[in-house]
Design a protein around this ligand. Structure first.
Ligand code: ZN
Length: 158
């Protein structure tokens, strides 16, 4: 189960949203929206039901995205579950080539023990190998292969 990141571009900034509206807009649970409010999403006055300005919502989501986009350092891999890059457990990672110049770096998260992924270019491997012990894996077709998030890809920058 992968969570899609709500796209702030769906928000109409001149509209006001009730919690239900936001939930419907992104196909998420109302409790998720309430969690955003608790986490700092501004609401209108103290009126009931809660009303959220489209402009505030768009800004909040944009900021959240930017925060999540913290790029990986050389020795770090992105943990999807913790939503942050960190060093893999045991400083060990596996590199699986996708093409001659591009591959997937995977590791185990030291905190949640989930899989960590990073798309990286072969030219960056040397820097990564200075930080981590990288094992090379042959490319093979995996039945349960699912598209990996590329938010922290080295190619996502500018
Ligand atoms: Zn984790």
């Amino acid at each position: 189960m992968r969570k899609r990141r709500p796209n702030h571009r769906l928000v109409k900034i001149h509209r006001n949203y009730a919690v239900e509206d936001v939930a419907r807009l992104f196909g998420i649970h109302k409790n998720t929206v309430r969690a955003w409010v608790k986490a700092g999403l501004p609401i209108c006055d103290s009126r009931r039901p809660i009303l959220i300005l489209g402009r505030d919502l768009a800004t909040y989501l944009k900021d959240r995205r930017a925060k999540n986009k913290r790029p990986c350092q050389a020795g770090e891999i992105y943990c999807v579950r913790c939503h942050e890059p960190k060093r893999p457990a045991g400083k060990m990672a596996e590199y699986q080539p996708i093409t001659a110049t591009l591959g997937n770096l995977t590791g185990i998260c030291p905190d949640c023990e989930g899989m960590m992924y990073r798309r990286t270019s072969k030219t960056k491997l040397a820097a990564i190998q200075a930080e981590l012990e990288v094992a090379f894996v042959e490319r093979e077709r995996q039945v349960n292969e699912s598209p990996q998030p590329t938010v922290n890809s080295d190619f996502a920058k500018g």
